[in-house]
Design a protein around this ligand. Structure first.
Ligand code: ATP
Length: 371
């Protein structure tokens, strides 16, 4: 378990009240967080949420219009990018195409005037680390997309930076290669223990690679949490909607009792978990239920032990291989369309469009947020 508060010398990056204003665009609004050494942090958010702007300020390409960034305890606003010990990998890799893999990896060391023998040793070590041992003499344009990505990682790490910054480096790769490289990033980061900040809009990637996730929207940090907590205990409706597939039932709070909230939606009373400190009796709210937490049964079937059970009509049924996605219309909840995942191969494709069904979920699986 991670300690709740890290001692100061364990903090690699500290972002304090950092803002960035471009003309009338408030790209980053008072962002604050501490990142302990050795952790893998992902900044996750939709397009335009301020992720890249935040990363660029940490890298030193842009100077915050407010607040301060500390790296290893030192304020860095006045330090240019090349004065910060930072390795970077971007979507556009900017490798030298006419040079070999080894020459590319050697480049940062030559710039830093390391001696030739040490360069050879290190290049070999870092090419091995990214599993390109034996590929050193290949030119970049003779390597596959995934291999080029590995060269870029080796080049970013070979001078042993304090911090590795990744700006959507995998966005251009096809899905299978992207998933493979996500695991590679994770393996390499754990092996070296280098503090890493990754930017992506891919929620799956964030869950897979990170020790911690920051979710951004409209320039503001919405939540900072471990992947499992961001998923299981989203702090607001935006996070619940952005990570995973979530159904929302809109209503009004009728009762709050400890962690339990009862809401009224289209005349029905539904029990849920009060997930938001700003909930208040009578106020509009939304009950959020994950697609995988809803169970489906035939119209006259049983859903034992579930506190909320409603009737539905199957609108669509999508076979995705490892699961089936049902789209189910629920007239009792004001005709809301709910998405339900069924991962059980035994019951796969049990229902088709037009079938009347019953669906249900546990009260603790409906997180109630203020609207
Ligand atoms: P994406 O996933 O599309 O890269 P992002 O979350 O990284 O998005 P940013 O690139 O940080 O978002 O942009 C945040 C906001 O700031 C956007 O509204 C963008 O248009 C604006 N912005 C970014 N850079 C500049 C700039 N140099 N000048 C003016 N506005 C900018």
């Amino acid at each position: 378990e991670q300690p709740a508060v890290e001692p100061h010398d364990r903090i690699a990056v500290s972002v304090k009240d950092v803002s960035m204003v471009f003309g009338n665009v408030h790209a980053v609004k008072s962002a604050s967080f501490d990142l302990p050494k050795g952790r893998f942090l992902t900044i996750l958010g939709p397009s335009g949420s301020g992720k890249t702007t935040l990363l660029r300020m940490i890298a030193g390409f842009d100077r915050p219009t407010g607040g301060e960034i500390f790296i290893n305890g030192q304020p860095v606003s006045a330090v240019p990018p090349h004065g910060r010990a930072i390795g970077m990998v971007f979507q556009k890799l900017a490798l030298f195409p006419h040079m070999t893999a080894a020459e590319n990896v050697a480049f940062p060391l030559k710039m830093r005037r390391h001696d030739a023998r040490r360069i050879l040793e290190k290049v070999e070590r870092y090419l091995d680390l990214v599993r390109l041992g034996g590929y050193g003499n290949r030119r970049i344009n003779e390597l596959s997309g995934g291999q080029q990505q590995r060269v870029a990682i080796a080049r970013a790490l070979v001078f042993e930076p304090d911090l590795l910054l990744l700006d959507e480096p995998l966005a251009a790769l096809d899905r299978k290669l992207r998933e493979e490289m996500q695991l590679e990033f994770r393996r390499i980061q754990k092996e070296l223990g280098v503090t890493t900040i990754n930017v992506t809009h891919d929620q799956r990637e964030a869950l897979v690679v990170s020790d911690e996730i920051i979710v951004m929207n409209g320039g503001s940090i919405q939540q900072k949490a471990r992947p499992v907590d961001a998923y299981r205990a989203p702090s607001n409706a935006f996070v619940a909607n952005f990570i995973g597939v979530t159904n929302f039932v809109e209503g009004r709070v009728v009762e709050l009792a400890g962690s339990r909230a009862t809401i009224e939606a289209n005349g029905l009373h539904l029990a849920g978990l009060a997930a938001d400190a700003t909930l208040a009796g009578g106020k509009p709210c939304a009950g959020a239920v994950r697609a995988e937490q809803i169970r489906v049964a035939p119209k006259d079937g049983h859903l034992d032990g579930l506190e909320t059970v409603v009737d539905g009509l199957v609108v669509d049924c999508i076979f995705e291989g490892e699961r089936v996605v049902y789209e189910i219309r629920v007239p009792q909840l004001g005709d809301v369309l709910m998405r339900v995942f069924d991962h059980d191969p035994e019951s796969h494709l049990q229902f088709g469009p037009g079938d009347a069904v019953r669906l249900g979920w546990n009260a603790r699986d409906m997180h109630v947020f203020a609207k």
